[in-house]
Design a protein around this ligand. Sequence first.
Ligand SMILES: Nc1ncnc2c1ncn2[C@@H]1O[C@H](COP(=O)(O)OP(=O)(O)OP(=O)(O)O)[C@@H](O)[C@H]1O
Length: 241
Amino acid sequence: MSDAPALLVRGLSHDWGRKPALRDVSFTVARGRFCALLGPNGAGKSTLMSVLTGLIRPAPGVVAVAGHDMARNRRAALAEIGVVFQQPTLDLDRSVRANLRYFAALHGLGRKRADARIAEALELLGMDERVDEKLRALNGGHRRRMEIARALLHRPRLLLLDEPTVGLDAPARSAITAHVHQLAREGITVLWATHLADELRAEDQVVLLHKGVVMASGEVRTLVEGRPVTDWFNVAMEQAA
Ligand SMILES: Nc1ncnc2c1ncn2[C@@H]1O[C@H](COP(=O)(O)OP(=O)(O)OP(=O)(O)O)[C@@H](O)[C@H]1O
């Protein structure tokens, strides 16, 4: 199990009613990699995130997280995952600390351990000085960082983020992108869904999804062949249209 990839997805398909959303999707993400799940609106990114978080069952398909099969050993697989959903779910009238303590308690962490984990997670996101501020006083970028910190409280090996920069201005977008790349360098495996190719870096892995099908997968540097990532993405989408 120790050699298992952080995430394995094999032969995964899903239909919404009669509408195909994912078609025979397969890829793996090695431990400590930043993998972008890149695709335009309607590509199937959110559907795939729902499968990976166990919200919907693929038929057919295999998902394994750190070697734990999602169908056969769901609890162990889910314990390895931290999730940042597209829609924020925060209590704006409470402080950063109070929000995080609440979620730490949901994970069964006692107060002392919770506070240590909260400090650790906030430091990773450059948010430690905000711990006593009310969420309402924070800007969108800081709220998002706080949600990422929350997803790390139980020390997951795999962090899933569904379009985490939507609605943020350029500086906040670039700060969050940098912080999450840093998390990958710290050993946390990241799957980052986005439709914005400029969030990718040369050393990242990318899974290019279009109409539910993986069009390309591999290291960004190799796939773009010297072009800017946005040019490569635009050409791939024009060819697919
Ligand atoms: N709950 C649902 N019921 C029916 N169809 C759905 C549902 N969720 C998604 N779809 C359809 O599945 C396809 C893939 O959508 P999905 O939301 O997974 O794509 P996406 O890449 O996340 O796009 P976006 O960036 O717009 O969220 C689309 O055709 C969408 O209309």
